[in-house]
Design a binder for this molecule. Structure first.
Ligand code: BGC
Length: 269
């Protein structure tokens, strides 16, 4: 018997031989690439291929929104879309731009993306917050218990605060001053590459940062994500901090999955 699939655009329910799956779409805007995929919201898995297009230079809001339009056209997706940006987003307005074009500061992202993507539900949120939401639902079982700080190590350091799986958004721990230097200038993934640090040297910097976060927040668990968490075996065992540290499980899928979840759950910060 062949499997029958019925697509109901209004409810976005895909029904295949009795199994009901809610499908969403997430887009993760990063410094080098803009990535998007359909997401099975019951498993956190991608449906089909992830689409990736290089981030335009300069990455102004309109240039980035054009690329997002292209990704959705390629994916033939006209439903709700969740979008992450590496910035503080409050009331659907971007308020900061540490590692992106300064033109994002003060941009009404609701207006921007509706102008480019038309009349559909759109939620924009911080990239690390999206990763936190995804990890709390589909990642490490302890991510949804008690007070958890998830950190993403990439161009900058992103942070998500979770309390029993609920997000406190826009925490921006990457900008906390640790020993006279912003944490992300000391210990981001980019710092390791730019300064050509060994795993041991870089882990020592990450430890300094984690010790400061521990001293201020005493979380029950740190979860470390971002691209460099793929190589967690090389550096997580070298960390010197009392709080338990575990690698993120969704790795670079987390931003897209969290974005898709945010719009489906109407979690606009
Ligand atoms: C930004 C954060 C972002 C993080 C990771 C930081 O520089 O301020 O908003 O979450 O980088 O991309």
């Amino acid at each position: 018997m062949t499997s029958a699939a019925v697509f109901l655009p209004d409810s976005l329910l895909v029904c295949t031989l009795g199994r009901m799956t809610e499908t969403g779409f997430g887009i993760d805007i990063g410094g080098s690439g803009i990535k998007g995929a359909r997401v099975d919201l019951s498993t956190g898995e991608f449906i089909g291929d992830r689409i990736k297009i290089s981030t335009p230079k300069p990455a102004t809001p309109d240039a980035v929104a054009e690329v997002v339009t292209e990704i959705l056209a390629e994916a033939q997706w006209d439903g709700p879309v969740g979008i992450t940006v590496p910035a503080v987003v409050r009331g659907q307005v971007a308020l900061t731009a540490a590692n992106i074009d300064k033109a994002w500061i003060g941009t009404d992202v609701h207006e921007l993306f509706h102008r480019h993507l038309g009349d559909r539900e759109i939620t924009v949120l911080n990239d690390a917050d999206a990763a936190g939401i995804a990890e709390a639902t589909f990642g490490h079982p302890d991510a949804r218990k008690r007070s958890v700080i998830l950190l993403t190590f990439g161009t900058g350091i992103g942070s998500a605060f979770l309390m029993d799986g609920e997000l406190f958004p826009n925490t921006e721990l990457g900008h906390l001053i640790v020993d006279d230097m912003e944490a992300e200038h000391r210990a981001s993934g980019a710092v390791k590459d730019n300064k050509d640090l060994s795993w041991k040297e870089w882990a020592a910097e990450v430890s300094r940062v984690l010790n400061e976060y521990e001293r201020l927040f005493y979380p029950s668990l740190f979860i470390v994500g971002g691209g460099i968490s793929r190589k967690h075996k090389k550096w997580v065992p070298l960390l010197d901090v009392k709080t338990e540290v575990v690698p993120a499980e969704l790795r670079n899928r987390a931003g897209i999955v969290g974005a898709a979840m945010a719009v489906a759950k109407h979690l606009a910060p």
